[in-house]
Design a protein around this ligand. Sequence first.
Ligand code: ZN
Length: 281
Amino acid sequence: MTPTRDLAGYRVVAVHAHPDDESISTGGALADLARRGADVLVVTCTLGEEGEVIGETYAQLIADEADQLGGYRIGELARALAALGVRGTFLGGAGHYRDSGMAGSAASRNPRAFVNCGEGGVDKLAEILEAERPHLVITYDPNGGYGHPDHIRAHEVAHAAAERTGVPRLVWAARLRSELEGGLPAQAPDGWRLPAPGELDAVDGTETWVELGEETYRAKVEAMRAHATQITIGEAAGPEGLTTYALSNLITQVITRREHYRSGAGAPLRAGGGLLEGIAK
Ligand SMILES: [Zn+2]
């Protein structure tokens, strides 16, 4: 079924820390916006060089061995963006800023680490926003969703650049605890474990959400599957038959039918309203 292109003429920029974040936290909304005609650009701030790797095939690409993971993940990101139907670019160009790793790690002291980008990162994003003139910017909350230093820096850079360039609305991606935990299967798939109550990063309330239709949901699953060094996609399971997945920590999660969003800056979201609702084309 061809969706109505009711959002043609709108422009959206999503600001993400690493390849895979765009799909995991916002893939449904990005695919939905694009299918409905909005022009969507994903700005990825690092190559995710410090990530772990799932499986043996590419295990030696990690930072402490071949240090080739970042380049490899460019290909994964390209396939994910194609599945979502959106465009992509890297802040400052591919490889300009490096994954900062976890707080306090040696990687975070690299002068090229994204956490050390200073005002330069804001300038580079502002340049992109000046060229794109988006109606909406999507990023994370002040905690970066789960506390990763690159996610927190992406939040700061997105807010500063959006304010400087007068973006009408900025929203934060969020996950609703009741949906995340309610959709889990009773038993973890082989080799994975279930999260402890409260273990997954989530919030208890949001202003609005994007409902993922069948094709949008499939696009999100395929986009996540493209990040095979980072994500394993499992079977559909649990009370709602949601697709399961795990990161390298092997904690069972589900791809929910809704992606939630909160007002971050500019025109607030209406409760239950669309992400672009109330913003003039
Ligand atoms: Zn990330």
